[in-house]
Design a protein around this ligand. Structure first.
Ligand code: NAD
Ligand code: MG
Length: 401
């Protein structure tokens, strides 16, 4: 193991005010960790999460934000008690999370999981903040709206997903015509080498045990189905303005190369690092500077070899479904995302099998279609419709097994 933290020269600049949406999650906790290590650089404006009041209260007592928002109405009383007498304002309900996003923090971490993150993300973008985007689902279900709002409101969107952070670090948007393609790397997840028959009976516990990354339950299942890479393909399309056919997926089990950009002269630029989300989060937190992150330093000699494979389209149909959703356009990406969210929850609760996830997504895509949503309300309507349809397919997915 190689020593981790290197000392940073004394920092005397202004403090950046930050808000963390989804602060109790995997990305949220890593962000809290980095912010806590740099009190000279950051001050916390607001924290928001769904229901883990115990952790939220601990974070609030340590970071002293002005506002703490908890989405679950049942959690409000306990949080208010835990923070009484501190001067920290406690707000409750889904609107409170949007209020947190609207607070005048210069920088906002959007780390709520799923389409639930869309409204707060749009709220932060709409007031022209620097938004560090972990919540890929909001770009998948409303990419055109989010990107238009970024442009219209002078916001800055910084990708936090490790692949998109990697590309952002080696991508020159002014030379878009000289970019041949981007290559998103994928670990392949815990079932990279399992045959389809064995996949049929994997348990939620096996699916969330990712070989390289420690993450929330939803994205862990998405990694196991490779739906995560499908979502990332759509995310990359919006962030880097490239058509689907110029975005390649490459399985790289060691998760050392986080993604690459191939230029017209044959050069391929990659970003590498240990698989620790604190590196891409630190990149976004410090941007445009770099700040010290306490991650394991990359030791390529110890790793020895890096390997690559093409993804298997038969065992991982989710990549084909994502490409299809992106090519179909209109409401298809929102339907794709919503159906997947429902299917993942059903799999985690034991209601359906692992292979049913992609099947429910494919069937929902076949049943629900529509034009491009023109505004947030239309996205949410499509999202709700696709959820109802996906939900109704759950019984039939079991019957088909
Ligand atoms: P997680 O499940 O660990 O955390 C989710 C957070 O969102 C929690 O704080 C939860 O309280 C909050 N939340 C959920 N629903 C909410 C609601 N309705 N209102 C307010 N808050 C709500 O998830 P995670 O792994 O941290 O992932 C967060 C996002 O980042 C996801 O979109 C994921 O795809 C993306 N991402 C995660 C990783 C990772 O390593 N974990 C890597 C890349 C991208
Ligand atoms: Mg990723």
């Amino acid at each position: 193991m190689v020593a981790s933290v290197t000392a940073e020269a004394e920092y005397n600049g202004p403090r950046r005010s930050v808000t963390i949406l989804g602060s109790t999650g995997s990305i949220g906790c890593s962000t809290v960790d980095l912010v806590s290590r740099h009190p000279e650089r950051f001050r916390v404006e607001a924290l928001a999460a769904y229901s883990n009041v115990e952790l939220l209260a601990r974070q609030a007592l340590a970071l002293r934000p002005r506002l703490v928002a908890v989405a679950d109405p049942r959690a409000g009383t306990v949080l208010k008690e835990a923070l009484s007498g501190t001067g920290i304002v406690v707000a409750v309900g889904a609107e409170a999370v949007v209020e947190a996003a609207l607070r005048p923090a210069e920088w906002v971490m959007a780390a709520i999981v799923g389409a639930a993150g869309l409204r707060p993300t749009l709220a932060a973008v709409g007031r022209g903040a620097i938004v560090a985007l972990a919540n890929k689902e909001s770009l998948v279900c409303a990419g055109d709206l989010v990107m238009a709002s970024v442009r219209n409101n002078g916001a800055t969107l910084l990708p936090v997903d490790s692949e998109h952070s990697a590309i952002f670090q080696v991508f020159d948007p002014a030379k878009l015509d000289q970019v041949e393609k981007i290559v998103l790397t994928a670990s392949g997840g815990p079932f990279r080498t399992r045959d389809r028959q064995a996949m049929a009976s994997v348990t939620p516990a096996e699916a969330v045990a990712h070989p390289n990354w420690s993450m929330g339950a939803k994205i862990s299942v998405d990694s196991a189905t490779m739906m995560n890479k499908g979502l990332e393909l759509i995310e990359a399309h919006h962030l880097f303005r490239l058509p689907e056919e110029r975005i390649e997926i490459l399985v790289h089990p060691q998760s050392v190369i986080h993604s690459m950009v191939a230029y017209s002269d044959g050069s391929v630029l990659a970003q590498m690092g240990s698989p620790d989300m604190r590196t891409p989060i630190a990149f976004a937190l410090g941007w445009p500077e770099r700040i010290v992150a306490p991650v394991l330093r990359l030791d390529l000699a110890a790793i020895g070899s890096l390997t690559f494979e093409r993804p298997d389209p038969v065992r991982f149909p989710s990549l084909r479904l994502a490409r299809q959703a992106l090519r179909n356009g209109g409401a298809a990406p929102a339907v794709f995302n919503a159906a997947n969210e429902v299917a993942v929850q059903k799999f985690l609760s034991g209601a359906i099998g692992f292979l049913d996830i992609a099947e429910i997504v494919e069937r929902t895509l076949g049943l629900v279609s529509g034009g491009a949503p023109a505004n947030l309300e239309e996205v949410l309507e499509m999202d709700a419709l696709a959820r109802r349809v996906a939900d109704s397919l759950v019984g039939t997915a079991i019957a088909a097994r």
